[in-house]
Ligand binder design. Sequence first.
Ligand SMILES: C[C@H](O)[C@H](O)[C@H]1CNC2=NC(N)=NC(=O)C2=N1
Length: 123
Amino acid sequence: MNTETTSVALTAKRCVPCEGGVPKLDRAQAEALRAQTPNWTLSEDGRKIRREWVVRNFMAGMDFLNKVAALAEEEGHHPDLHLVGYRHLAIEIWTHAIDGLSENDFILAAKIDALPIETRKSA
Ligand SMILES: C[C@H](O)[C@H](O)[C@H]1CNC2=NC(N)=NC(=O)C2=N1
C-alpha cells in the first residue's frame, strides 16, 4: 500500500486490493491526503472520511449514487451510503479490512468528486 503522499494525482491512481495486514493511516497522513479531497471531512476518531451533498431532486441523487456504485465496483473499494434523502446524500469511506483509512479511501473520494452530479440550483 503506497502511503506516502506522492505528487501523482489521486484520480490517476487505482485502488489496490486490501485484505488487511497494512497499517491504517495516522492522522497526519490522513490530513495530508485530505488536502487533495477538501470536500471530505475526517471523523473524530480519524478512521473515516465523509461528504454530504444537496442534490436537485431524488432521482438526481439516485443517478449519482448509481455512478458511485459502478465506480466502486470498478475500483474494488466501496463506500458506505449513509443517507439517501429527498435532496440530501451522505457518503462515508473507510477501509474495512484495517478498520481505518488507507490511500484507497482517498482515491475513491477523489474519483467520486470527479463524477457528474445535479446539485440543487441555488434558490
Ligand atoms: C479484496 C478486496 O480489496 C476487498 O474485498 C475489498 C472490497 N471493498 C472494500 N471496501 C472498503 N471500503 N474496505 C475494504 O476493506 C474493502 N475490501
